[in-house]
Design a protein around this ligand. Structure first.
Ligand SMILES: Cc1ncc(COP(=O)(O)O)c(C=O)c1O
Length: 402
């Protein structure tokens, strides 16, 4: 049932959805003041500590930063993990379990190389990727010499890959499984039971679970469970499990380029050796801002207040239309526009008709063998603006589409 894209070429994988969107809208005049819902870039005000921290440490742009992060930053991350996931309390070793990154994307990409090196003998190695997916997963697999294998994450599976349907021969040659929860674009949340299943599979077949948790702090009510707390609860160890987290969505600081990877100390030690020679350091002033950001929850709660208001606006404007569901986590809406010619046609209609920019779902999905592209009917819409802009944009969509 899964596509083993052994013939996947780099060119077919590396296709930025945003470059494709710009190309498809090129030459079409927006039919109103543009509102951009296509990009997952939170628009909340900068947290108040950013400027003073940067100013205080400005001179440190004159020094090469430690690639494994300052001990203050690693401590701040370890303590944040323990507060966020109380089951981790007293277990996070800031040296062994945590590594700062230049945004989670850098780590999601570069971690595949040491994952490949862990299993050098597998000739036809593969990386398992949910479909829809964040494009970086597939690009990383391809350049690391592994086949990206796409696992449908459809509505009938609660928008998560059906783990029990992956066959043993595929699992035997798997280097890593990417799992995004809360998921982009569907807003699905993997519950503890699902995470436990994924972890047990990873351990049984000795591959890595790359848990992309960069939306872990973007939720209206219930904090989504995390892979590390479930790993620890199951066996008292982080073996085979890595969590990727970010300040981009949590703190509204996508331009800071700051995140971290945490978990399996053996893998982290190999990854740190690889990063020492292959990846850029996080600049020191950015590390200081990041230390402050992981230590503060007030600004994150403000972001969630805004998210709740935006989701309430979406409930009242979109309920009963376009297959709208209030997402369990993250700030994306995944809307079915099959009745409007499909995602790409609707994107053009909306831009031309009312100046609203959204992303065609098909740019985030791959066709499974012999089937239509599972994203072709959909659009992705990011609720990242203030509530007045959100109401205005959603209202324009309904007026333009009916
Ligand atoms: C699913 C997913 N993972 C990872 C990232 C990377 O985030 P960053 O590198 O800003 O931490 C993004 C960014 O949009 C994303 O949507």
């Amino acid at each position: 049932m899964f596509d083993d894209c052994s013939a996947t070429t780099l060119d077919s994988v590396i296709r930025s959805p945003f470059a494709r969107l710009n190309a498809v809208l090129d030459g079409i005049e927006p039919g109103g003041t543009p509102i951009n819902f296509s990009l997952g870039e939170p628009k909340m005000p900068l947290p108040s500590f950013v400027q003073p921290e940067l100013t205080r440490h400005l001179a440190e742009f004159g020094r090469y930063p430690p690639i494994s992060g300052t001990s203050e930053l690693r401590q701040a991350i370890a303590r944040w993990l323990e507060r966020r996931y109380p089951a981790l309390n007293g277990t996070m070793d800031a040296q062994a379990h945590v590594l700062p990154l230049n945004g989670s994307r850098e780590g999601l990409f570069s971690a595949v190389f040491p994952a490949r090196a862990r299993k050098p003998k597998i000739a036809d190695a593969c990386v398992l990727i949910p479909n829809p997916f964040y494009q970086v997963y597939a690009a990383a697999a391809s350049v690391a010499g592994a086949n990206p294998v796409f696992l449908p994450a459809l509505e009938q599976n609660r928008f998560l890959p059906a783990l029990e349907r992956i066959d043993a021969s595929l699992l035997a040659r798997t280097l890593a499984l990417y799992l995004c929860s809360p998921s982009n674009p569907e807003g699905a949340v993997a519950d503890r039971e699902y995470l436990a299943k994924a972890i047990s599979l990873a351990r049984r077949h000795d591959f890595l679970l790359f848990a992309d948790e960069c939306y872990s702090e973007v939720y209206a009510n219930e904090p989504p469970p995390g892979a590390l707390e479930v790993a620890l609860a199951e066996t008292g160890s982080f073996a085979n499990v890595l969590s990727f987290q970010s300040l981009s969505k949590r703190s509204g600081l996508p331009g800071l380029r700051s995140g971290f990877i945490a978990g399996d100390p053996d893998f982290l030690s190999a990854f740190a050796r690889f990063r020492n020679v292959a990846c850029p350091q996080v600049p020191l002033p950015i590390q200081h801002v990041s230390t402050a950001a992981w230590g503060d929850e007030a600004h994150v709660e403000k972001g969630r207040t805004l998210l709740r208001a935006n989701l309430d606006a979406a409930d009242s404007i979109l309920k009963g239309r376009y297959g709208y569901r209030r997402p369990k986590g993250g700030f994306f809406l995944w809307l079915n526009l099959a009745n409007f010619g499909g995602g790409e046609a609707a994107v053009k209609t909306l831009w031309k008709g009312c100046g609203v920019k959204v992303l065609p779902g098909a740019y985030l999905t791959k066709p499974q063998a012999g089937q239509a592209n599972p994203g072709q009917d959909f659009i992705r819409l990011a609720l990242v603006h203030d509530t007045d802009t959100t109401r205005e944009g959603l209202g324009r969509i309904v007026a333009a589409l009916g």
